[in-house]
Structure formats: C-alpha cells, structure tokens
Design a protein around this ligand. Structure first.
Ligand SMILES: Nc1ncnc2c1ncn2[C@@H]1O[C@H](COP(=O)(O)OP(=O)(O)O)[C@@H](O)[C@H]1O
Ligand SMILES: [Mg+2]
Length: 269
C-alpha cells in the first residue's frame, strides 16, 4: 500500500518542489514505484520533470474539481518508475470552486484510493499557502516532510506549519486517520555562512527526533536540472545534490522499516 507524503511549507522558495522532484526520483532509483502529484498551480514540478505546459490535457484541477478518475490523469515521466499527476494554471480557480462543497478537504484522499496499491510512495508537491489544497494534501497524507531554508525567517513559517498539522491531526482522528511529521528537512545551506549552522542547531533543538540527518546544501546542479526537465539524479548522478537526495530517500525508507519493526514487535510477530 503506497505511503503518501506531503512536501509542505506555506513559505515559498524553501525547496518544496526541488525536494518533491528529487526525492521522488531518488525513491524511484531505489526501485520504488512512485507517483508525484503536483498541487501547485505554477506547475514547477511538472515542468521540472520535462512535461511541457501545453502538453497537459488533464491536471490536478480535473482531479479535484471534476469526477475524472486519477487513472485518466496520470502521465509517465522519462524517469524510471516515476509517474506524475501534472498541474496547470487553472488550479488557481480551485479555492472558489470547492469553497462551499461539503467535506471539501477529503476530495484528494478519496481520489487516490484507487491507485494506492500500485505505488510504494505517493509524493505531494504542495503550494505555498494554507488553503483548501493544503487541507486536501494533509488529509490524504500519512506523513509530512517540511523543507526549511537555513535562514532566519524560517521559524515563523515552521511554527505555522506545525500548528496547521496539529489542527489537521485532530480532525483526522474523527475518521480514524493519522498524520505524522516525517521530518524537517534543512535546505539551501550555504556552507560559507556561519548563520546557516545556527539555524540548523535551533531546528534540531525544536525537533530533536524529527530533523532529517541529511541536509541539502546549495547547489547549482539542483538549480539547473529542472531547466533540462530532469531530476538531479538523471542530470548529474554523481553531484552533491543527487547524493544528498539519495541519502534523504534512504532515511525515509529506513523510517518505514523501523516503524514496521515496531508494529511487528507490538503485535508479537
Ligand atoms: N539546494 C538548493 N540549492 C540551490 N538552489 C535551490 C536549492 N533548492 C531550491 N533551490 C532553488 O530555489 C528556488 C525555489 O526552490 P523551490 O524548490 O521551487 O521552492 P518552493 O517549491 O518551496 O517554492 C528555485 O529556483 C530552486 O531552483
Ligand atoms: Mg514549489
């Protein structure tokens, strides 16, 4: 059964899309079947994986606003084992369309049920906002990766994001659904700047068991790869950025192994 992971932080420019693309690709390189759902109207994840805007006929807009089944929207990418639900600019209309609908936070959760068996991981690239789309993403997800840029203004957004996750956790309990923080991911570290390391220390103090060991450094390969429509793994497999995202994928795979082991211990298996 596919594990659903949202990549979320309402602050823009912190590395959500970069993480969504490259974590998906790194998991796919580990022979996991991965589906990336692009929930941002800017469609950066879609374009970054080499899918041209004008070649997208159906998108996450159709997924959320119409009864089109997800199977009719999924496209394969040039990355092995990686499929995508592309986004398009009409997703910007979604808040108005869904506003008055009852249970409008459960649409994505319901829509992905039919394909969960086919994938090991479903990764959601979230928009930089706290509206209906993020509610849908968090209801549909088992866990959240929160990318945090190693800079001072990171903390406000991080606190708001955690409050949002707590609120959704409370709502999900009513449906017997859970949501955990997979981890806080420190991104865009400039290793010439001592200040970045102070942010790392603060975040590790705030989330001692929930900060990924992997830190994503600033890298030109990570910036350049999407311009070629490729993940950094396909663009420059031996680059530092590719190595860091492979390490992150490994941490996430290990998290899952550890939680299965704990469950087995509890059940005596
Ligand atoms: N580790 C990194 N090193 C260098 N540039 C990065 C890195 N991560 C992201 N970027 C760049 O920062 C900008 C914002 O990143 P993006 O992933 O689109 O953030 P978000 O989805 O949170 O808005 C993009 O131009 C991207 O190429
Ligand atoms: Mg983005």
């Amino acid at each position: 059964m596919g594990k659903v992971i949202a990549i979320a932080n309402q602050k823009g420019g912190v590395g959500k899309t970069t993480t969504a693309i490259n974590l998906s690709s790194a998991l796919a390189y580990e022979s996991k079947k991965v589906l990336l759902i692009d929930l941002d109207e800017q469609a950066n994840a879609t374009i970054g994986l080499g899918i041209a805007r004008d070649s997208v006929n159906r998108s996450t807009y159709d997924l959320l606003a119409t009864d089109t089944p997800i199977e009719h929207i999924i496209l394969s990418t040039l990355e092995k084992n990686l499929d995508i639900v592309p986004s398009s600019i009409n997703l910007s209309k979604i808040e108005n369309i869904l506003f008055n609908l009852e249970n409008n936070e459960l649409i994505l959760y319901n829509k992905i049920q039919t394909v969960k068996q086919q994938y090991d991981y479903i990764i959601l690239d979230c928009p930089p906002s706290l509206g209906i789309i993020i509610d849908n993403a968090l209801f549909a997800s088992d866990s959240v990766v929160i990318p945090v840029e190693c800079e001072y203004f990171a903390f406000d957004a991080l606190t708001q994001m955690v409050n949002k996750i707590n609120a959704i956790q409370t709502c999900k309990k009513k449906y017997n659904l859970s949501l955990v923080i997979e981890g806080v991911l420190l991104t865009k570290l400039d290793n010439r700047n001592i200040f970045g390391y102070k942010i790392i220390d603060r975040v590790r103090e705030m989330f001692p068991n929930k900060t990924f060991k992997t830190i994503i450094n600033r890298s030109s390969h990570l910036q350049e790869a999407p311009m070629h429509g490729k993940s950094v793994l396909r663009f420059a497999y031996h680059s530092r950025g590719a190595k860091e995202y492979r390490e992150l994928a490994q941490e996430i795979i290990n998290n899952e192994k550890n939680s299965h082991q704990k469950l087995n211990l509890k059940s005596g298996a």
